[in-house]
Structures are given as structure tokens and as C-alpha cells.
Ligand binder design. Structure first.
Ligand code: SF4
Length: 216
């Protein structure tokens, strides 16, 4: 385990979160499996990382009690309702846009369902992150969002935003910028910025850090 991962895991512990170490995606999936029960109602945050390690396919593949946001038969209205129901799941699975060596989870959301579930609602939250998402502090986390996570997510979701084509947030065109700066309109995905540090509910959030690159 490298020093950066070690520092991050120790900081997560100080912040009342439970860190786990996985050498690769397969190990991360095994740890995740050990943390969910067949009777748990499972909610899902949209995540490339969860898809890459096989977690999405696992819980959608049968045998788990899942609120399935990916069900192709859902109307838009029904899909929004599944996102809302996810807030009362027993276990919520997600990744994070960035994780800091200070033990912080840094995220930005469009609708806010993932951020809301991370903060409050589900009894247990399992976060899977690759080492590529570790940053020094929250400020670097926001920069990571503007330079990597949001542009790549906009490309994946076919959003017609500046960063989709220029691969960085338009807020970076100005030297000094705030979180509100950037594009505007219905396709913007950077609306609610969430930083989680010290947690009052001890051990509610479990973070599996993988010694490989996952998602973006
Ligand atoms: S604010 Fe708009 S341009 Fe900037 S990263 Fe977010 S979606 Fe992209």
C-alpha cells in the first residue's frame, strides 16, 4: 500500500468512516459483497467505477433487493421516483468524484440524489474509489471535478456543455472562479457541491480504496 493511500485511510478513520484496502477491482467487489446482505434494500448512485468492478451487474443480476435506476422500462417520471426511493435504502452504493488525504469525500451532483444519499438517509453507504481519485484537499477535489470528472461525465451522458468539447470547465477560463461559475442551462451537471468530513454517525460510510485506476 502506498503512503498516500495509507494517509487517506488513516484520515477516513479519524473522520468516523471505515476504510478498506483492495489491490484491484476484483478484491474491491469481494469486500463490497461482504458488506451487503440479501435482505438489504439497495440503492445505486450513477457510477462508472461500480460498473467497472462488476458491482452494478452483481446487484442487478438477481438475488438482491435493489431499487433499479437502470431498468430500461422506466419512464422518466418513474426513474426520478427510483432516485427518490434510493434515499431510504438500507445500503447505498456509489463512488466519489474525489477523495482527499484529509479523509474528505468531494462530490458534485446535478439533481443531487447521490449527494443527498451520501449525507443522510441510507443506513449504510459503500463508496468505491480508485487511487486516481485521491487529492490533497477539498480545493484540489473541486479542481479535479472541473478538469476531469465533470468533462468526462458530460461526454458519457452526451451533455451539450462547454466541457464536453473542451475537456475542462469554462469557469477555468477566468483566473479566479467560484463554484457557481461555469455553464448554465438544463444540461449543467455541476449544481450541488458536497464535501463530507467528520461524520456524526460512526461507521455509516465505508470507503473501499482500490490500488488501481477506476472511473473518473
Ligand atoms: S459547470 Fe458546466 S462546463 Fe463547468 S464542468 Fe460543470 S457541466 Fe462542465
Amino acid at each position: 500500500m502506498n503512503e498516500q493511500i495509507k494517509r487517506t485511510m488513516e484520515a477516513l478513520k479519524r473522520n468516523n468512516m471505515v476504510p478498506f484496502y483492495a489491490e484491484n477491482g476484483q478484491e474491491a467487489l469481494e469486500i463490497l459483497k461482504s458488506l451487503i446482505g440479501k435482505d438489504d434494500l439497495i440503492g445505486l448512485g450513477g457510477s462508472v467505477t461500480l460498473k467497472e468492478i462488476g458491482a452494478t451487474a452483481l446487484v442487478r443480476g438477481g438475488g438482491y433487493n435493489i431499487i433499479d435506476r437502470y431498468d430500461e422500462n422506466l419512464t422518466n417520471e418513474e426513474r426520478m421516483e427510483t432516485l427518490r426511493k434510493g434515499l431510504l435504502s438500507d445500503v447505498f452504493l456509489t463512488s466519489s468524484n474525489a477523495i482527499s488525504e484529509k479523509g474528505e469525500l468531494i462530490n458534485v451532483d446535478g439533481f443531487g440524489n447521490r449527494g443527498a444519499a451520501l449525507v443522510y438517509g441510507p443506513k449504510s453507504v459503500i463508496v468505491v474509489v480508485g487511487k486516481n481519485k485521491i487529492v490533497k484537499n477539498a480545493e484540489e477535489g473541486f479542481e479535479r471535478i472541473k478538469k476531469i470528472a465533470a468533462p468526462k461525465n458530460c461526454q458519457r451522458l452526451n451533455k451539450n456543455n462547454y466541457c464536453t468539447y473542451k475537456e475542462k470547465c469554462m469557469a477555468l477560463l477566468n483566473g479566479e472562479h467560484s463554484l457557481s461559475d461555469g455553464c448554465a442551462g438544463e444540461s449543467r451537471i455541476c449544481c450541488s457541491y458536497i464535501v463530507q468530513s467528520y461524520q456524526l454517525i460512526k461507521d455509516r460510510i465505508k470507503v473501499i480504496i482500490c490500488n488501481c485506476d477506476l472511473g473518473y
